[in-house]
Design a protein around this ligand. Sequence first.
Ligand SMILES: Nc1ncnc2c1ncn2[C@@H]1O[C@H](COP(=O)(O)OP(=O)(O)OP(=O)(O)O)[C@@H](O)[C@H]1O
Ligand SMILES: [Mg+2]
Length: 364
Amino acid sequence: MLSSFEFDQRGDILIVDDVPENLQLLFEILSDEGHEVRRVLNGSQALKVIEIDPPDLILLDIKMPAMDGYEVCKRLKSDPKTASIPIIFLSALNEILDKVKAFSVGGSDYINKPFDVYEVLMRVNNQLKLLRTNQAIENQNSELRTLNKDLESFNYMVSHDLRRPLTRLLGCSELLCDSQLSEAELQEIIEIIVGAGREMNQIITDLMHLAMIRKEKLNLESVNLSEMVAGLFQSLQRKEPDRAVEIFVEADLEVIGDRQLLKLALENLVDNAWKYTCKTSAPRIEFIQADDDSYCLRDNGAGFKFRCQEDVFAPFQRFHTEKEFKGTGIGLAIVHRIIESHQGAIWCEAAVNEGAAFHFTLGV
Ligand SMILES: Nc1ncnc2c1ncn2[C@@H]1O[C@H](COP(=O)(O)OP(=O)(O)OP(=O)(O)O)[C@@H](O)[C@H]1O
Ligand SMILES: [Mg+2]
């Protein structure tokens, strides 16, 4: 929430002035306040520096040889990469400050020379505060956009995927009214109804998991991922004792994280590896530490045609038909959200019939 947002008032400020004494004075005033301050003596240097490393705020002298402040400002405002950097113009008392022009080329404020220390600090802080507020709003907007996208997918899901088992369930229920059914037919219909009910239940459970993760606070502790992954494979093997999958789990991979959430994430990755290798001859799955801080679950199963990372982790995105492999397409969205809530990253590599590898880091 914005009201409880702690603004970090310190900024990265670039001062552009052709008079070294002015640069030095402003440098001292602003550095003393804890700002990071950079200085350049003319417009073209300023444009170069800004392109390489854009500052939070620019203090820009108007009257400079070669390229004046208005021109520098115009160029910055016409480039989308630099257009949002606030600019405070600096103008000497003996110059007639064209305030209208200063604002019309995109300036945010102006300061008259000779500088009044408090005025400089106040105007700089105002701009930084505005900038931080805008950034906070933009972050919230982007979160809202994500939520909105999820909500759209959710609507689609409810109307499309949930309707599929529901239609089956309704159709079979109607058949039940027919008193001519044999014992065997009755049994078959009941099995379909139970199956449809289970499928709907699974979809709803998955959606609830997905909705839960955003709100949950992490309960951090040391977690042995190796034991967790090995345990998950053991229980899958118990459920399907006939499947022969070569499993390799690197020992002693310990991380800090929320045990319950990490289990939910790994469960989804492990379930996928297990599920998508079920039609592969000589299936093999490995869980290893790939480098200093990333872990990888790799299988040699069905794989899929990889387009982009965003696609893979979006809710309800599936790369196989329901006939090929059963699923609701929520698993990886849950994993993604859990890894994100641990300030980590997740990405994948995959190719059709060559398998898939999911890499992740945990930042907490
Ligand atoms: N290890 C894997 N190998 C091949 N394809 C995979 C693998 N993991 C995920 N996928 C592809 O990514 C899609 C999304 O995975 P996700 O786990 O979100 O959904 P799902 O497995 O279909 O359903 P569920 O919600 O039940 O997990 C899958 O439908 C599948 O096409
Ligand atoms: Mg899955």
